[in-house]
Design a protein around this ligand. Sequence first.
Ligand code: SF4
Ligand code: MG
Length: 332
Amino acid sequence: TEPALSVRDLEVTYYTDDGPVSAVNGVSFDLMPGEKLGLVGESGSGKSTMALALMRLLRAPTVISGQVLLDGEDLIGMPERRVRQLRSSKISMIPQGAMNSLNPVARIENQIIDTLEDHGTRRDKRTLLGLARDALEAVGLRRSVGRMYPHELSGGMKQRVCIAIAVAMQPQVVIADEPTSALDVVVQRQVMDTILKLQDELGVAVILIGHDMGLMAQTVDRLAVMYAGKLAELSPIREIFADPLHPYTELLIESLPKLADRGTFRGIPGLPPSLRSMPSGCLFHPRCPKAFDPCVDLEPAYGATSVRPEPVEGHQRFVACHLHQTEESHVG
Ligand code: SF4
Ligand code: MG
């Protein structure tokens, strides 16, 4: 099968008054049709920047390079007019805090239609209204919710409206940036269930951005761990929890509160590096409990772990760490 989205050597550089800052640095991965890929990392690790880059929503003075292949078309370097056509019809995003930016004085269905039109959808109003109401149904809301205003909806319903906006044109890829961050645990679960159902009902591939490893464990097929603008590890969810390859992944998993010692959340010691002054060698070495000789000077390459026999498709594991032998040649 061909990937729904193929990202190669994605780089995002911000030009600040103090000079260029690399926010996303050489990220490569494939997202398969219908797959749910989690993306975790501390704040500032480049998750949201990468999401915006995949949508081509970053503005100058930011420079993007690399490839983002969607159905064989490269979004990077594509004319803005064409990108607008693809946004919402092939790739769409639920931005961070989306539910707080619903317009308080407009009916839900009109907001869905406005968003579709903003993204370049040209259909007659009746067709758009049908798409809007279908989308509400697809996320488990009644069609009549379309006639309502945001203040008439609960937080969970508002977040589902945002998901409906993202899936209204039946894209093949949806990026959800921290869709549950402002919600309580019960509602978080409902929103996650809605995202899970999208794959069954619409065949959408989802990139789920967050920092709640517990929620990821219950939701995604594979997990990508980002550190300081780079991928540290990308592995199937079961394998990554059973046997994390990268020491940073291991610390993230260990920091999860255990049922036994409820509430004692252990953070990861130290701070992520400032994007302005990156450490030499492995970016994680100043915090890594397993750092050894080569880590200080030599940057580990990100690639597929070279274990024999070759794992079946979709079960390949990728890591950037001197503790693990990798082959740079293929990326997934
Ligand atoms: Fe730790 Fe070295 Fe691996 Fe970096 S390369 S994560 S410092 S062991
Ligand atoms: Mg963010």
